[in-house]
Design a protein around this ligand. Structure first.
Ligand code: 5GP
Length: 280
């Protein structure tokens, strides 16, 4: 009875510690179940110095055994949540995407025209989790389809997204960083621009985009980051078409590229992913 009171006290103390951790150090990326994990972890270490017999704290040890495993997965940045959420993305591509040719995928029902906010929320959570250790201060994307994932990621990370504009704007005339980008889908070259007000040398930038094909959009954004003298945290891509050269070209420059769904081939109207084959 006394022991269970002490254990209870330490669980509360652990919850307090975990809440403190969640709301200060790692606020943007933790979920409530993770908070619970850290709470149990904290409770375990609080209980440790006391001379409990192993029988007394056996349930706590079992719970914490699981927690330690999960903590290792978090530390490696590859927790099971990420994979299952991104299965959700693959399933969406399979069920709602339309393969227009061997190299063009249409995902207008959830990403490029109509937007699925639940999926965007999961995407934001996933990018925030993967780049949580990168010290990101700004997200840079390109209008228009990069905006939704960038906003959700910015919300989860507590940083502001900026999108490069493709068209000339009456209100965006000078004080600009600009670069040329050749559009894979439209086959035209356009000028993209970002106001100098929103990107500077102190920024650590995460580039996000909806697709990665030949890498032109990402290279244009990299050019803008260089002009600003800012640092690069990495590149987050919702759908990479791994059979096109952009991903390799960017990774070959030593840049970290995180892709949520990587398509191996779209031959015969079927999308097949690198991790596992999915056919429609
Ligand atoms: P990249 O610049 O890497 O050649 O192409 C990336 C850009 O082209 C993305 O911003 C995306 O808007 C567009 N894009 C490339 N491939 C596809 C595709 O298969 N489907 C759609 N909807 N957009 C694509």
């Amino acid at each position: 009875m006394v022991h269970s009171k002490i254990i209870f006290t330490h669980i509360i103390a652990g919850i307090w510690l975990a809440s403190f951790y969640r709301f200060t150090v790692n606020k943007p990326t933790m979920r409530s179940n993770e908070t619970m994990d850290y709470a149990l972890f904290g409770a375990y270490f609080f209980a440790f110095p006391f001379e409990f017999s192993s029988k007394d704290i056996a349930p706590l040890m079992v719970m914490n055994g699981c927690t330690v495993l999960r903590a290792i997965f978090y530390a490696l940045g590859r927790d099971e949540r990420g994979t299952s959420d991104m299965k959700q993305l693959q399933e969406k591509i399979v069920s709602e995407g339309r393969v227009l040719s061997e190299s063009v995928l249409k995902v207008d029902s959830f990403l490029n025209h109509q937007i699925d906010p639940v999926l965007m929320d999961a995407i934001g959570e996933e990018f925030a989790s993967r780049f949580s250790d990168a010290g990101v201060t700004k997200i840079l994307t390109i209008e228009s389809s990069g905006i939704a994932p960038a906003v959700m990621t910015g919300l989860k990370m507590g940083v502001k997204p900026v999108f490069a504009r493709k068209s000339q704007s009456l209100t965006l005339t000078d004080n600009l960083y600009s670069a040329s980008v050749h559009s894979f889908t439209k086959n035209v070259t356009s000028e993209i621009s970002v106001s100098k007000d929103f990107l500077d040398k102190d920024d650590v930038v995460l580039i996000l985009d909806d697709f990665l094909a030949n890498g032109q959009a990402v290279l244009g954004l990299l050019n803008i980051i260089e002009q600003a003298g800012a640092s690069l945290a990495g590149v987050g891509i919702v759908i990479e078409k791994g059979f096109q050269p952009g991903g390799k070209e960017i990774r070959d420059r030593g840049i970290r590229v995180e892709t949520l769904a990587n398509i191996k081939t779209m031959e015969n109207g079927k999308a097949e992913f690198f991790e596992e084959a999915m056919v429609r």
